[in-house]
Design a protein around this ligand. Structure first.
Ligand SMILES: Cc1cc2nc3c(=O)[nH]c(=O)nc-3n(C[C@H](O)[C@H](O)[C@H](O)COP(=O)(O)OP(=O)(O)OC[C@H]3O[C@@H](n4cnc5c(N)ncnc54)[C@H](O)[C@@H]3O)c2cc1C
Length: 469
């Protein structure tokens, strides 16, 4: 082993690269090595050229009201080129048509019932049911098995259905949150998947009142964009991290899966195609299943739980269509699909060339269409051209597009989106505690744990590095 203390980062997605970059800049005395199973870095972040433009196959935006991604972009010199969506509003496919989402939604929860009524999304009965929330003076969530004043978690569906009714949940909250993780909001942990709502729900028996108060007291400028994007592609972020890491002579080994970790005195030995690599500390920035395999004999309980963490698979199909073929104006960022009105294959559609001005073209519209969700793999079972045909039928139904796409690209993300079930944050805390007791020096970070959005992954990469620094 080298004289210097060695840290091995396993997995070169955004989490692992951020951890390695942070360690490299803060602790030049460490011997840092990055090992990545695939032949490229970036993990779930991938940008390729499509219709002559850099179009993301996965993540295309990140939350701007939390600092982590913006700060990292600044550190990498990317902040000056960041852009915001050109379109702020979006539609939902519901009641057999596209309806613009009303103003005042917080993760799909309405705070302006007049705007909700005017949107035509929720029936008159549904509005009356949602309005009951405003006059509520007693907590009702205990009826759903959760103590709203305590730390107990519950599912997003349990809370929203109880407080605002089924319609608001199925037509607004569920499509918005399911769009994030291709999951089912009836089984999504409120604490892990919608923390802002969880906080509001503990403040007042009326969720609408609590969210209104939250909005009024928020220090953020309402004009600030909610999301930011990188016009040359999100992959620029991971490419730049790689460039900065390798510039400072940190080796990043590609096609180098770690197949086992064994105890070696007070440190660890990693089995890799390069041979055995010794390390004092390891950051496992890998998805739950490979992490479970690596921890199997070292920390059996977290390993067993991680092996059982559900993941959704999804396809991202990018289409270029003639603007002449559009049956609707592209005056929003795209549309979601209400739980009440499922389409045969399409689960969401981003109007990428309307959302991002750098993807706009006078003649061609670029659409990023999602298919597949947890528990429903029929879209993923289709071959590429059958999948495009199936989605084209849904685009004819929703957007009136009757002509075939000029160009298409299918990206399959298999077991890519972790599903945070009720109680997830407490389980994550227990895994970390067990691993630190049973396998000291091994750190867990990444989308499986404390948030799957890019800022949350960056934060976890920073925290894993900080634990070593
Ligand atoms: C289709 C899609 C769209 C998304 N859109 C957005 C969005 O718009 N905004 C947003 O904020 N988030 C979005 N996300 C979520 C976000 O992209 C991911 O959660 C995040 O990139 C995960 O990063 P990670 O580093 O934790 O994991 P990963 O990217 O999964 O990286 C883990 C790495 O570990 C490697 N690995 C696995 N096993 C081993 C092993 N044994 N040895 C060595 N290496 C190993 C893998 O090859 C991989 O490179 C999206 C995700 C998907 C799938």
């Amino acid at each position: 082993m080298s004289e210097r203390r060695r840290v091995v980062v396993v997995g070169a997605g955004i989490t692992g690269l951020t951890a390695a970059f942070t360690l490299a800049t803060q602790r030049p005395d460490l011997d840092i090595v990055v090992l990545e199973a695939s032949e490229r870095v970036g993990g779930k972040i991938l940008t390729t050229s499509f219709a002559g433009r850099p179009v993301d196959c996965g993540a295309d935006a990140f939350l701007a009201r939390v600092p982590e991604a913006i700060d990292l972009c600044r550190e990498l010199g990317l902040d000056t080129i960041l852009t915001s969506p050109a379109q702020k509003s979006a539609f939902v496919w519901v009641n057999g048509g596209l309806h613009r989402l009303p103003a005042g939604l917080v993760l799909g929860v309405p705070t302006d019932l007049d705007a909700l009524a005017a949107s035509g999304i929720v029936s008159a009965d549904g509005i009356v049911r949602a309005a009951q929330d405003l006059t509520r003076t007693e907590w009702i969530d205990s009826a759903n098995g959760a103590d709203p004043n305590g730390d107990d978690d519950q599912s997003v569906g349990q809370l929203i259905r109880a407080r605002l009714g089924d319609e608001v949940h199925e037509k607004l909250v569920s499509p918005l949150l399911s769009g994030v993780n291709a999951g089912d909001a009836d089984h999504l942990s409120l604490a892990a998947g919608a923390a802002q709502i969880a906080v509001a729900a503990r403040r007042s028996p009326s969720l609408i009142t609590a969210l209104r108060d939250q909005l009024a007291s928020a220090k953020t400028d309402p004009e600030l964009p909610v999301f930011r994007g990188i016009p040359v592609g999100t992959q620029t972020l991971t490419d730049l991290l790689l460039a900065r890491i390798t510039q400072i002579d940190i080796p990043v080994h590609l096609s180098c899966p770690v197949s086992a970790i064994t105890r070696d005195g007070s440190g660890w030995t990693l089995a890799t195609p390069l041979g055995a690599i010794a390390a004092e500390e390891i950051i496992l920035a890998t998805p739950a299943r490979p992490t479970a395999r690596l921890l199997e004999s070292l920390a059996p309980q977290p390993a067993a739980d991680l092996a059982n963490l559900d993941y959704a698979s999804a396809a991202m199909v990018t289409l270029a269509v003639s603007k002449n073929s559009l049956g609707v104006p592209l005056d929003a960022s795209g549309f979601l699909v209400a739980q009440t009105d499922p389409l045969p294959t399409l689960t969401a559609c981003s109007w990428a060339s309307a959302k991002w001005s750098h993807l706009d073209d006078p003649e061609v519209a670029i659409l990023r269409v999602s298919a597949g969700k947890f528990g429903d793999t029929h879209a993923l079972d289709l071959d590429d051209s059958s999948l495009v045909d199936a989605l084209s039928l849904d685009l004819a139904t929703t957007m009136g597009i009757e002509t075939p796409p000029i160009e298409w690209r299918v990206t399959r993300w298999i077991h890519a989106l972790p599903q945070y079930r009720t109680g997830h944050p407490a389980r994550v805390a227990a895994w970390r505690e067990d691993v630190s007791a049973e396998a000291p020096g091994i750190h867990l970070a990444g989308a499986a744990y404390d948030g799957l959005g890019l800022p949350a992954c960056i934060r976890q990469g920073r925290q894993a590095a900080a634990a070593i620094v």
